[in-house]
Ligand binder design. Sequence first.
Ligand code: ZN
Ligand code: ZN
Length: 238
Amino acid sequence: MTENLHLSASHLLWSVIDWIYPPVCCGCGQDGHDICPECQTSLQRPGADICQKCGKTLDPLDGCLTCGAVLASYDAARAAFFYEGTIREAIHQLKFNGNLGISRLLSKMLFSVYLMQKWQPDLVTAVPLTKRHLNERGFNQSNWLAAPIARLVGLKFLKGALQKTLDTETQVGLDHTQRFENLKGAFQAEPVLVKGKSILLIDDVMTTGATFNECAKTLKQAGAKKVYCLSVATTRPI
Ligand SMILES: [Zn+2]
Ligand SMILES: [Zn+2]
């Protein structure tokens, strides 16, 4: 009964969001879809030639350029798509235009990537924003991706498991090392929620993996057993 109420509340929420933001394809502008079936077939996904740890495409000569630079604290990271074209536009629509309806499709796409892994998380959480940043944007796009995934996986979404307590400089324009340095000590985890748990951590985009790394490090310092990271998109290795 509670589950039915929960599902109908969720259905109502998405109906209201669809009414506020009528779906328009991020790729071709067609009405009625966030990403139409034709545009979905052209989305670029990481293939079989990926690093088993960070999910980035391997360099044919040098292997993983991301893990070669820093061995990250997370156990594995995977992404549904490359951060380009229609997916880049969809994430921009969600993040900067507040088109929250797109998160429903993106989280379903993420769920299909989750199903291909052999991960066994105990709970789901999302990469947090600081209170100041959250007040500026009005929402955390990663929460909007993580909550539907938790529902699909059948786990609790605990957004309080991780908090961002330090306002950091934007990562844009920083090099690889600076991105890792910039985030040091920026997060705090809640030991009561994470101790002994395996955690599925959700974000919209993975670039160098600095954010996932710092979040995973913080969660593990608070006693988390494993941290699995899932993002809608990942950049191609530079
Ligand atoms: Zn389209
Ligand atoms: Zn790697």
